[in-house]
Design a protein around this ligand. Structure first.
Ligand code: ATP
Ligand code: MG
Length: 196
């Protein structure tokens, strides 16, 4: 049974890699195929975090959500792709944080955007490599040492998804302290309260 689960894990890793490569090819050919619909955003974040609850628990990392009760304006998104973007950054936060640490996912509304931040208490990124972190296939030297598996495609795909929605991505990090990845999404025009 151990051999079987090891084989299964290896197979799933290959499937994940092939899917990442296909997504990169689609992005570069401009046919990633977005399907935009108006969605309440907190539910999308909750479901992305719920799906990773077990991964964080198994590793001894607390995964907490901070979403205000206020009625948030809707966003126009491709629900599946934004789910993928959230999965990429929450998975990174769990993957690059040692047991006993924490990952906090916060959502807030300010002006014409909704912001999401994923903050961890993990290994961080060496200062001299932060500028290359969204590059295709780039992995920082401490990440390669800490966790050998990874392709360096997750953030490249995530950034493309957010920018295709008219949003922006920021990353702040300090080695051995932690990392925060924040992104914005523009809110639905008619919910902006500017009479448009
Ligand atoms: P995969 O393609 O499987 O996601 P990956 O996790 O290495 O592989 P990305 O998600 O693109 O690739 O991340 C690129 C690099 O950015 C990582 O290898 C790591 O060096 C750094 N990184 C990303 N998120 C974090 C984080 N939360 N803490 C520390 N380093 C991070
Ligand atoms: Mg990753």
């Amino acid at each position: 049974q151990h051999i079987l689960s090891t084989g299964l894990k290896a197979t799933l890793r290959v499937i994940g890699l092939v899917n990442d490569l296909l997504n990169v090819a689609r992005i570069e050919e401009g046919r990633f195929g977005f399907r935009f619909t108006a969605q309440p955003f907190p539910a999308i974040v909750r479901s992305a975090a719920d799906a990773l609850k077990k991964l964080s628990e198994d590793k001894g990392i607390s995964l907490d959500l901070v979403i205000p009760d206020e009625n948030m304006p809707a966003v126009i998104v491709d629900q599946e792709k934004i789910g993928m973007a959230l999965d990429n950054i929450i998975t990174n936060a769990i993957k690059y944080t040692p047991p006993g640490g924490s990952v906090t996912v916060s959502v807030w509304h300010e002006g014409t955007s909704i912001y999401t931040a994923v903050k961890d208490t993990g290994i961080g990124i060496p200062a001299h490599q932060i500028s290359r972190i969204f590059d295709k296939f780039f992995r920082a030297e401490n990440a390669v040492r800490f966790q050998t598996s990874g392709t360096g495609l997750g953030l490249y795909v995530m950034k493309n998804i957010v920018e295709s929605h008219g949003g922006r991505v920021w990353l702040e990090s300090e080695e051995n302290k932690g990392t925060t990845v924040t992104f914005s999404l523009p809110i639905k025009e008619k919910d902006r309260g500017d009479g448009q």
